[in-house]
Structure formats: C-alpha cells, structure tokens
Design a protein around this ligand. Structure first.
Ligand SMILES: Cc1cc2nc3c(=O)[nH]c(=O)nc-3n(C[C@H](O)[C@H](O)[C@H](O)COP(=O)(O)OP(=O)(O)OC[C@H]3O[C@@H](n4cnc5c(N)ncnc54)[C@H](O)[C@@H]3O)c2cc1C
Length: 340
C-alpha cells in the first residue's frame, strides 16, 4: 500500500486543478485491500475515495485521506449461449473495459464507449450516454462498508439506480468502497440507436446494419467532436444534470420558449435540456476569470489554464443563478464538489 503525505491531486482530477490531501493511499493489489481493511480507520467526514477524478471538482483541499483503489482484473465468470457475466475490478479503466468486451464478441457497453474514469465509479452515478445507462447491463457489485461493516454484495435492485444517480451517490454517499462490479452482456446484438445522432453518424460512416464495434466507433467519433478532451482542456464532462420537472411546468416554459426541447419521462415528468437553458442565458463560450463555459458544449465547464477549483465553482454558481432567474429552473451539479 503506497502512502504519500501532503499529496498534490492536480494530476488526479480531470479539471487539473490544484488541491492537496493530507494523505493519499494507493491500493494496487488484493493484499493492499486487505491491509487497508485491517489498518485504516475511515473518517467519513474528511476521507474520500477517488477513481479517475473525472467527475469531481476540488474547490478546497481534503483534510483527510484520499483512497485510490487501483486494483485491476477482468474476466468472464459465466457464459450461457447468449448471456455472459463479466466481472471487472474497480481499478479497470472504463473505456478499455468497453473495448475488451467488444473484442470478446460481447455487446451491451458499445454506447458507453469513451466515458472517462474507472469501472468502480460507473455505478456511482449510473453512467449513461447515447440512450444507454449502466443499469441496463448491471448485475451486481461488491463493496467494502467503510463504516466497519465488512464486505457487502449489492444486486441490481439494491443500488437504487436513477438518472445519474444511485444509493452510492445519494443516501449512502461516501460510505462504500466499490471493489468489483459484474455486468450482464450479450452475444446476440440488439443495437440501441434511439439517440438520433448515432444513427446519423453510422449513415455518414456508410453503415446500415452495424455491429457493436461500429456503434462504439460512431459514439467515439461523436464524443471526440462534441466534448473537449480533458487531456488538453481540463473539464469534468457535463457539469449539470438535465433538470426533470413536472409536465405542467415544462409546458408553461415551452409557451414562453417555443424552441425548448422536452423529453417525456415516467410519472408525467419531463426532462429539459440543461445545455439549451444555459445557452439561452448567453453562457456558451463565456469566460469568468480563468474558467469558462465551453464554446463546444454549453454543459461543459472548462479550466482555461491554471484556474482554481473555487473559480470553476464560482462560474458554476453564476450559471445556476442565471438559469434560475431567467427560467425558474434549478440546475443540479453532476460532479462531486469538495468544498462547496
Ligand atoms: C470528457 C468527459 C466526458 C464525460 N462523459 C460522461 C458521460 O457521457 N456519461 C456519464 O455518466 N459521465 C460522464 N463523465 C463523468 C465521468 O467520466 C463519470 O462519472 C465516471 O464514471 C467517473 O469515474 P471516475 O473513476 O473518474 O470517478 P471519480 O471522478 O474519481 O469519482 C466520482 C465519484 O465516485 C466515487 N468513487 C470513485 N471510485 C469509487 C470506488 N471504487 N468506490 C466508491 N466510490 C468511488 C468518488 O468518491 C466520487 O464520488 C464524463 C467526464 C468527462 C471528463
């Protein structure tokens, strides 16, 4: 188990903002996990589990221990004719896991290609993109209860998955260290092309009847075009969730804003496009100090270079206030914010 005191987190978050942790613990093997379990007394008030750092904003230092679970491994653990159960340890890179699953002839993850981060974080906010969510393929996970409760298994129904949400992000936030996840993938491919852009991209590629690798390639092309690359420009992907409001409020808003796109949900709820609302407040491409709203995508806040986490947070709050004033809609941040 590697231990660093007064550790810089700049290279461990995709915003590339500077922040320090009193202590950094890196777990690289099953032995490290064992040692961690028997020696570390977790303090939920100030300790933090960190994956790839692509969904977190450090607006302050962490006065506790940051735990990096880097234990890797992936394998097929059950294989019937069509359904295949895959297990991945938390430290596996998510995108590489997607590519590996395609190499095994498995489908289910192709729409989730190129999402940054590690497999252990995928259930946290039920990662989703291009019409698919992790919960569509999720089977179960094992996690260590950091409150001293030992190892626990969570089946699909135990995780309380929602839109960019799960129990691990809401009422059990910070309590569990996810160790490994299991996914139910398929050999028989049923493409999910409800998201219009994917079909259009496949058409541009000249493909009528795509296989999973081609759908993943289409998704990768769209993502490379639409989203700033965190290796070049610090960002955490979408900074805000798309707000879900009552149908009556959505229809009221649409009367005043005829172009406002509405996406029907269950229970007479409607999802609005946060990007549309932000753009129509004039924020797209606008800077505030060394932070900015991306000119490529209004949902993405970027570090223009050497911004602090608090500068990015100040920009996020300004965007929220503006959308609230103009449209009466609350925007909820998607990343975990340290020092909010
Ligand atoms: C360019 C870009 C595009 C993105 N696109 C998408 C997208 O399309 N869809 C989407 O859903 N997200 C997207 N994201 C957000 C992000 O990639 C995902 O949320 C990803 O799952 C975060 O993984 P991570 O390992 O970086 O987690 P981190 O940012 O390190 O952590 C996120 C949260 O998970 C917790 N956590 C991490 N690992 C563990 C673990 N092993 N056990 C317990 N808790 C843990 C952390 O404490 C924190 O609360 C994007 C981000 C970027 C930068």
């Amino acid at each position: 188990m590697k231990r660093t005191r007064q550790a810089s987190l700049r290279n461990l978050n995709s915003f590339s903002v500077e922040a320090f942790a009193d202590q950094l613990l890196e777990l690289d093997s099953a032995d490290d996990l064992q040692e961690f379990t028997s020696t570390h007394r977790f303090d939920p008030a100030c300790d933090l589990v960190l994956g790839g750092g692509s969904n977190i904003l450090f607006a302050a230092d962490t006065h506790g221990t940051v735990i990096l679970n880097r234990v890797t491994g992936k394998r097929i653990i059950a294989d019937s004719n069509d359904e295949v159960l895959v297990e991945a340890w938390a430290g596996e890179n998510w995108h590489k896991l997607v590519l590996w699953s395609l190499e095994q002839g498995l489908s289910g993850l192709e729409n989730l290609a190129l999402i940054p981060g590690l497999a252990g974080a995928a259930p946290m906010q039920n990662i989703g993109a291009y019409g698919v969510e992790l919960s569509d393929v999720f089977d179960s996970l094992e996690a260590l209860d950091l409150n001293g409760g030992g190892m626990r298994e969570f089946k699909h129904g135990d995780c309380h998955f929602g839109y960019r949400d799960s129990r691990f992000k809401s009422h059990d936030a910070g309590r569990f260290l996810i160790i490994r996840i299991r996914l139910r993938l398929r050999r028989h491919f049923v493409p999910k092309l409800a998201y219009q852009g994917v079909r259009e991209e496949l058409n541009t590629m000249g493909i009528d009847e795509p296989g999973p690798a081609e759908v993943s390639e289409a998704v990768i092309r769209i993502r490379r075009r639409k989203l700033p690359d965190p290796a070049v420009t610090g960002n955490a992907g979408s900074f805000f969730k798309n707000p879900v409001v009552s149908r009556s409020l959505a229809e009221q808003l649409q009367k005043d804003l005829p172009g406002l796109p509405l996406y029907s949900q269950e229970n007479d709820q409607v999802k609005l496009s946060a990007a549309w609302l932000i753009e129509h407040c004039g924020w797209k491409g606008r800077s505030m100090g060394r932070a900015a709203v991306s000119a490529q995508h209004a949902l993405v806040l970027i570090n223009k270079g050497d911004a602090t986490g608090s500068e990015i947070l100040a920009l996020a709050e300004a965007v929220q206030a503006s959308v609230k004033t103009n449209f009466g809609v609350e925007l909820e941040p998607e990343p975990l914010i340290i020092g909010a």
